[in-house]
Design a protein around this ligand. Structure first.
Ligand SMILES: *[C@@H]1O[C@H](CO)[C@@H](O)[C@H](O)[C@H]1NC(C)=O
Ligand SMILES: *[C@@H]1O[C@H](CO)[C@@H](O)[C@H](O)[C@H]1NC(C)=O
Ligand SMILES: *[C@@H]1O[C@H](CO)[C@@H](O)[C@H](O)[C@H]1NC(C)=O
Ligand SMILES: *[C@@H]1O[C@H](CO)[C@@H](O)[C@H](O)[C@H]1NC(C)=O
Length: 328
C-alpha cells in the first residue's frame, strides 16, 4: 500500500514538472534544424525535456521558459523560426555560437512573454529589425553584442515601454543614434552600450532626461557635445565615450556627485579645463581624459590617478603631471 502511494505521489510530481508535449516537439524540431549530433546527449527524444541541457521549465506548467544555447561551434545555420512556438519563453539566449548565421527571424515576435532577447557573439548578420519594437511590454532587455549586424539603429526601438537594457556593441552599425531611444521607457535604470560600431552624428539632446546608469558609446565616430550625459544630480555610474570625435568645453560640465564611478573620455577633441567641481564626486574610481585638447591645472583630488590618464593634452599640468609653469 505504502509503495503504491509512493508510486502515485512520485508519478503526480513528475507529471506536474514534465515537459509540455508541444514544447518537447518544438525542441526536437529546433535540434533537427541543425547538424546531427551538435546538441548535447541529454537531448534524447525519450526523456523529459525539462532535464535537457540549455532548458529550464516552469515547475508548475512544464512549459519551457528559458532556452539558453551557448558556446557550441557545432551548431551551424540560421536561427530556426520554430523557436517562436515556445510560447511561454521568457529568456532566449543564443551566445558564443560562431556558426549561427542569417538574419533575426521575424517569427520571434510571437514570443509574447519574452523578457530577455540575447543573441550575442554569433555570426548573425543583416539589419537590426524594426519589428523588435513590436515586442510586448514584457521585453526588458535586448543584447545583440558581438554579431555582424549592419545598417542603422531603428528609431522605433524607442517604442518599447519596459526596455531598460540595450546592448548593440561590436557590430557594424552606422548612421546616427536615434533621439527616440528609451522615449517610452518608464524604468529608471537604463543601460546603453553602442560601443565598437561606426556610428556618426551627435549624441541626441533628448538623452538629457534618460535615466542612465551606464552609457558606453566608445569607438565610434560621434561628434559634438556630450555634456547632456553629465549633470550634478544624475545617477549615472559609468560614462564611457573614448575614441570618438567629440568636441566640447569640459569646463562647463558638472559631474554627477552621487553615483559616478568610471569616466573615460580619452581620444576625443575635448577642450577647456577639468572642472574643480569634480572634487565633490565621492566615489570616482577611474577617470581617463588622455588624448584630448584640455588645458589648465589638474584638480588636487585627481593627483592619485595614473599620469597616463592625463597624457597627450594641450597644456594640462600639476600632479600627477609636472607642475604648472605659472599660476593658472
Ligand atoms: C535515451 O534515454 C533512454 C532512457 O533514459 C535510454 O534508454 C536511451 O538509451 C537513450 N537514447 C540515447 C540515444 O541516448
Ligand atoms: C509558472 O507558471 C505559473 C502559471 O502560469 C505562474 O503563475 C508562475 O509565476 C510561473 N513561475 C515562474 C517561476 O515563472
Ligand atoms: C565568442 O565565442 C567563441 C566561441 O565560443 C569564444 O571562443 C570567444 O571567446 C567568444 N568571444 C567573446 C568576446 O565572448
Ligand atoms: C600607469 O599606466 C601605465 C600605462 O597604462 C602603466 O604601464 C603603469 O604601470 C601605470 N602606473 C601605475 C603606478 O599604476
Amino acid at each position: 500500500m505504502a509503495n503504491i502511494l509512493t508510486l502515485l505521489i512520485f508519478t503526480l510530481v513528475s507529471l506536474s514538472s514534465a515537459c509540455h508535449k508541444h514544447d518537447h516537439q518544438t525542441l526536437l524540431s529546433i535540434m533537427n534544424s541543425f547538424p546531427p549530433n551538435s546538441f548535447p546527449a541529454t537531448w534524447n527524444s525519450s526523456s523529459d525535456c525539462c532535464n535537457w541541457d540549455y532548458i529550464q521549465c516552469n515547475a508548475t506548467t512544464g512549459r519551457v521558459d528559458v532556452l539558453q544555447i551557448t558556446d557550441n561551434a557545432g551548431i551551424a545555420g540560421p536561427i530556426p523560426p520554430s523557436i517562436s512556438r515556445l510560447s511561454a519563453l521568457q529568456f532566449l539566449i543564443l551566445r558564443d555560437l560562431p556558426n549561427v548565421v542569417g538574419s533575426i527571424p521575424h517569427q520571434l515576435l510571437r514570443l509574447r512573454n519574452l523578457q530577455f532577447l540575447i543573441i550575442s557573439n554569433t555570426s548573425v548578420s543583416g539589419a537590426i529589425p524594426s519589428f523588435l519594437s513590436k515586442f510586448s511590454s514584457n521585453l526588458l532587455a535586448i543584447n545583440l553584442n558581438g554579431n555582424k549586424l549592419s545598417g542603422p539603429i531603428p528609431a522605433s526601438l524607442g517604442d518599447l515601454a519596459s526596455l531598460s537594457l540595450l546592448y548593440l556593441s561590436d557590430n557594424q552599425l552606422s548612421g546616427s543614434i536615434p533621439d527616440t531611444l528609451f522615449r517610452k521607457t518608464k524604468v529608471s535604470h537604463i543601460q546603453l552600450d553602442l560601443s565598437d560600431n561606426k556610428l556618426t552624428g551627435d549624441i541626441p539632446k533628448t538623452f538629457d532626461d534618460r535615466k542612465f546608469i551606464t552609457v558606453n558609446l566608445a569607438n565610434n565616430q560621434l561628434t559634438g557635445d556630450a555634456s547632456v550625459l553629465f549633470g550634478k544630480s544624475k545617477l549615472v555610474s559609468d560614462i564611457i565615450l573614448a575614441s570618438n570625435k567629440l568636441t566640447f568645453d569640459l569646463s562647463k560640465v558638472e559631474f554627477p556627485v552621487k553615483s559616478l564611478d568610471r569616466v573615460d573620455i580619452s581620444h576625443n577633441e575635448i577642450y577647456g579645463r577639468i572642472p574643480s567641481q569634480i572634487a565633490d564626486v565621492a566615489g570616482l574610481q577611474y577617470l581617463d581624459v588622455s588624448y584630448n585638447r584640455l588645458c589648465g591645472k589638474i584638480p588636487k583630488k585627481l593627483a592619485q590617478f595614473n599620469s597616463s590618464f592625463f597624457a597627450h593634452n594641450k597644456c594640462l599640468c600639476g600632479a600627477p603631471l609636472p607642475s604648472c609653469k605659472q599660476e593658472m
